[in-house]
Design a protein around this ligand. Structure first.
Ligand code: FAD
Length: 435
């Protein structure tokens, strides 16, 4: 459909003949040909954009930071609501902050650092506040301060009916429950209010380990699990099993973040295997968020699972899948403050998970569906040992992959929230909870 009359949203519209269209149609991992990209700066403009999308009758995509692994932030022939201009970060009172839903975590961390504050988020500067907060937010301080959504105290959103509402424990509490883990199904969030933490620096860096055989890798994984089970909340780590890439050989790297002063917490980690190199130093928290390199045109394949225990069967399944080659594995420690939240308090219910196992590969541009299926098959033996998946790293929109995110009782409760706030499923280009 060719759109010509944009009325009150004309000034925020990017049509195919616009100089910025080529950039506006892309996300971190996807490119499409939307009929129009609307870039609101205010809540009123979001309301007008939604009204316009409804009038056009075209499918809608809502984009925060555009980092969805399934490319939800763009679409062919539809309307993209790109929130990147809604990126204001304000301190309210005390440690409470209000963050525009189109902000990304690097600039947020840099701004909050100016106040001596931080919100536990992810590990990547360009990931969006909008998507990450509604999925969960597993970051460098997840064991100390929980998920990002555990710091959320209120959200402002524009509903499918075009109303502007607030959600908190006292305003639309069931909607607030669903927003915390419901992966963007209920409306366009325009701003989040979060309780930040007084954090200036953390001890951050890597420890590299020698492990050339699958049994040595399995030993490392199992020992890492045991050390993290007993670790203080201040310590969050990621055990990375990296495949060979170009000239860089395969290797095991432990990424460490200690949000506290007692460095003795690091000692047991040094003993999980044959430590070859260590580089852990005190750094400003904002500087530990990083930006990954994405091979141009490569097809990403990503899978994850939340595991209740990092035990020997899991360690061996991971080591075997890693030995098959081509895939990166990252075991992210959970527990601590994350695990002490009541499973029914938010729509992120799998609070007894001890770790998340994430695995990914980049296949060459033009990879076929069979190649993608083949790359995913290696993962299955690991995935089968998990209790469910984390919405943030779901790599496929297939119904069975979406329902694996939530326990059935949580999913049923989310459906009720969906029926109440978006009965026609206007917001469906997401990990969709059908009403
Ligand atoms: C390189 C990379 C690193 C990552 N690192 C981490 C990490 O360390 N920790 C972690 O927990 N996750 C991480 N993630 C996963 C990330 O949290 C999810 O991909 C998340 O959905 C991205 O949010 P976004 O706003 O950037 O993406 P988008 O693609 O813009 O949005 C993702 C989904 O949320 C919806 N959405 C976004 N904003 C809004 C809004 N304001 N209102 C309503 N719906 C909205 C979108 O419609 C879409 O369905 C990473 C992803 C990538 C690609």
């Amino acid at each position: 459909m060719t759109i010509q009359h944009l009325g009150e949203v004309d000034h925020i519209a990017v049509l195919p003949d616009h100089a910025e269209y080529d950039q506006a149609r892309r996300t971190f991992l996807a490119v499409a040909e939307p009929a129009v990209v609307l870039r609101p700066s205010t809540t009123d403009e979001v309301v007008a954009s939604l009204a316009h999308a409804r009038r056009l009758g075209l499918p809608l995509a809502v984009r925060g930071g555009g980092h969805s692994f399934t490319g939800f932030g763009t679409l062919d022939g539809g309307v993209v609501l790109d929130l990147h201009r809604m990126d204001r970060v304000e301190r309210l009172g005390g440690n409470r902050v209000r963050i525009g839903a189109g902000a990304t975590w690097g600039p947020v961390a840099a701004t909050l650092a100016g106040h001596g504050l931080a919100v536990t988020s992810g590990d990547t500067t360009s990931v969006g506040v909008g998507g990450l907060t509604q999925a969960g937010g597993i970051g460098w301080m997840v064991r100390k301060h929980g998920l990002t959504l555990d710091s959320l105290v209120a959200a402002e959103l524009v509903t499918a009916a075009g109303e502007v509402v607030r959600a908190s424990t006292t305003e639309n509490p069931e909607l607030f429950w669903g927003l915390r883990g419901g992966a963007g199904n209920f409306g366009v969030v325009t701003a989040f209010e979060l309780e930040a933490q007084p954090v200036v620096t953390v001890r951050f860096g890597t420890m590299a380990f020698a492990a050339d055989r699958p049994d040595a890798v399995a030993d490392l994984v199992e020992r890492w699990g045991a050390v993290m089970r007993a670790a203080p909340d201040e310590l969050t780590t990621i055990l990375g099993l990296m495949p060979a890439m170009g000239d860089i050989p395969a290797g095991v790297v432990l990424f460490v973040c200690l949000a506290g002063d007692d460095t003795s917490a690091l000692d047991p980690l040094r003993a999980i295997g044959a430590l070859t190199v260590e580089d852990v130093t005190e750094r400003p928290y904002a500087s530990v968020l990083d930006e990954p390199h994405r091979p141009e045109g490569a097809v990403p394949v990503v899978d994850n699972t939340l595991v209740r225990r990092v035990d020997r069967p899991l360690a061996e399944a991971v080591a075997t899948a890693y030995a098959a080659g081509g895939r990166m594995f990252a075991l992210r420690s959970l527990g601590g403050a994350f695990g002490r939240v009541d499973p029914a308090a938010t729509a992120f219910a799998l609070r007894d998970a001890e770790a998340m196992v994430l695995s990914g590969a980049f296949l060459p541009a033009g990879a076929t569906e069979e190649q993608v299926a083949g790359a995913r098959a290696t993962w299955r033996a690991v995935g089968d040992l998990g209790a469910g998946t984390y919405a943030g790293f779901v790599g496929s929109p297939a119904p069975e992959d979406v329902t694996a995110i939530w326990p059935s009782a949580t999913l049923e409760r989310l459906r009720e929230v969906k029926r109440a706030w978006d009965p026609d499923n206007l917001f469906r280009r997401n990990l969709n909870i059908a009403p």
